[in-house]
Design a binder for this molecule. Structure first.
Ligand code: FES
Length: 159
């Protein structure tokens, strides 16, 4: 066990966790942020994706201790004052989910993709989203949601 300070969704949290405990486990089981999902547990499906200093990160595959000092954002941290981000709204507008298990990871990956620049074409979007799996096969609607929002991306915190 060790004491750890994590900056999650703009707030500092002190947690006591074994040094090898994953960031995903700490988020879900210590901080009750259950929007981030456990999928494969091997960093292959993307369900556990969060942002670490703006970069899409598989939270199942890194110890929470490795995230100390970083700015971590989970799906719960996107909406501000009741207003969804344009990425979240686009997923809603396109109905880009079925069971929804993959959705928070998808949204976090898209947020990372569009946070820094426009996704210029479909190939670039598909390449960036390659590690996010949707078991329900809603890929066409997910792609439409990403295309809908990529024209709105202006960088930084716009998403
Ligand atoms: Fe069910 Fe994607 S909506 S796994």
């Amino acid at each position: 066990m060790g004491e750890l300070v994590l900056n999650v969704n703009g707030k500092p949290y002190t947690v006591n966790a074994p040094t090898e405990e994953s960031l995903l486990s700490v988020l879900r089981n210590h901080l009750n942020l259950t929007g981030t999902k456990y999928g494969c547990g091997e960093g292959q499906c993307g369900a556990c994706t969060v942002l670490m200093d703006g970069a899409a990160t598989r939270s199942c595959s890194i110890p929470a201790a490795a995230a100390a000092g970083a700015k971590i954002t989970t799906i719960e941290g996107l909406e501000q004052n009741g207003k969804l981000t344009v990425v979240q709204q686009a997923f809603l507008d396109e109905g880009a989910f079925q069971c929804g298990y993959c959705t928070s990871g998808m949204i976090m990956s898209v947020t990372a993709l569009l946070g820094n620049k426009h996704a210029s074409n479909e190939e670039e979007i598909l390449g960036a989203m390659n590690g996010n799996v949707c078991r329900c096969g809603t890929y066409p609607r997910i792609l439409e949601a990403i295309k809908r929002v990529s024209g709105h991306a202006t960088g930084g915190g716009a998403l």
